[in-house]
Design a protein around this ligand. Structure first.
Ligand code: SAH
Length: 359
């Protein structure tokens, strides 16, 4: 594909909204084909695997959407010991994944020094790329973890609408409030590859907002962008319908599989070089084919789960999460087969973001 044809897809706000509202299957088939062609031209056919280790489900926050929120007293909490995390990283090495992703609730029981030593051990013992997704932490902590060898950080801004964000993601008492966008910029200046993303179909999220989310991805020049459907969790204020933002029902972006594919495809057009996962949330709402369809409509990354099975069900950010009873080995076999079934190959090496200017 030539540069000239790629430029045609530099979408403005009105056309992103129009695509999000598009229902005609023939037009949508055109969108999927465009997104797939841009994906192939910029990031190729390799699907990189990032082994996900859910290291703790403790959380200090009260996010209205997430089952890990501190107020959910019914959830049994865990924090993985260092040796278990290291063992999972060795599994990733054995399975030839290029990256491990360490994710948790916003857990201040995870001290900066402890985390730094875990990162150092993973780097020394496996040499894998390390991605962190530990919520909002200070610049000092982020700098320490970067020095310890962490390569990337994932922090979804969840929605670009400031009022909706404040409603669903209340500030933490006793800590300075700082926007996730600012933290993403700090990560970039510390030399991290920065990843962000949103949920699709949060109650109170309009088509316009979702279009602005995609424009925000482009403005931030993100290296990684994760997009999944919002899935209602009954033990949360959003799931109970308690924290409602009154909007016209015709403006509400639905939390459907189709809307998620539209957002993924448009994000690929807006950010051709980004690493975009086909998410577990998408696989949760379509267990049969969600992963594959995400990969065929713009995505190029999959995150197989490496968390020991005894913890899986406890990392319940939303209910009925895909793959909670599968062992790490089963996840690997299943995902590898799914990737090959659509004619794609397994990526080798760390799979960092490649810029066109690097080529
Ligand atoms: N504590 C970290 C990691 C959170 S889990 C942080 O806040 O960054 C990773 C992502 O799961 C979140 O960023 C959010 O987008 C998604 N998530 C949480 N609850 C969800 C829900 N009910 N439905 C869909 N996705 C959800």
């Amino acid at each position: 594909m030539t540069n000239e044809t790629l430029e045609k897809y530099d979408l403005d706000h009105a056309s992103i909204v129009a695509w999000l509202r598009e229902e005609d299957p023939a037009r949508l088939a055109e969108l999927w084909a465009r997104a797939d062609a841009v994906r192939k031209a910029h990031v190729g056919d390799a699907v990189h695997l990032r082994g996900l280790i859910e290291i703790s489900n403790h959380c200090a926050r009260e996010c209205g959407y997430c089952g890990l929120r501190a107020g959910n007293r019914d959830l049994e909490r865990y924090r993985m010991p260092e040796d278990e995390i290291i063992a999972c990283a060795h599994d990733a090495k054995t399975y030839q994944y290029g990256t491990v992703v360490l994710q948790s609730g916003e857990d201040y029981g995870i001290t900066a020094e402890w985390m730094a030593s875990v990162i150092r051990r993973i780097k020394t013992e496996t040499g894998l790329a390390v991605t962190l997704s530990l919520g909002e932490r200070t610049d000092e902590e982020l700098a320490l973890w970067r020095e310890a060898g962490a390569n990337r950080y994932l922090l979804r801004f969840e929605t670009s609408d400031p009022d909706l964000y404040r409603l669903i993601h209340p500030p933490l008492k006793g800590r300075p409030e700082r926007s996730r966008i600012e933290m993403l910029r700090a990560l970039q200046s510390l030399g991290y590859e920065a990843g962000s993303g949103v949920m699709v179909g949060i109650p109170g999220q309009t088509y316009e907002t979702l279009a602005r989310d995609i424009e925000t991805f482009r403005g931030l020049d993100l290296d990684m962008i994760g997009i999944g459907p919002y899935i209602s969790h009954p033990a949360t204020p959003l799931g109970e319908g308690a924290w409602r933002r009154p909007i016209d029902e015709h403006d509400q972006a639905p939390n459907t599989e189709l809307m998620t594919y539209k957002a993924v495809a448009l994000t690929r057009l807006a950010c051709p070089e980004a690493n975009i996962p086909s998410t577990t949330a998408l696989a949760t709402i379509n267990t049969a084919q969600g992963r594959e369809l995400g990969l065929m409509r713009g995505a190029n990354i999959v995150m197989p789960n490496l968390t020991p099975v005894k913890y899986r069900a406890l990392y319940e950010i939303y209910p009925a999460k895909a793959c909670i009873n599968e062992t790490s080995g089963e996840c690997r076999t299943c995902l590898t087969a799914r990737i090959r079934s659509i004619g794609r190959e397994i990526g080798q090496g760390p799979g960092e973001r490649k810029r066109r200017s690097d080529a």
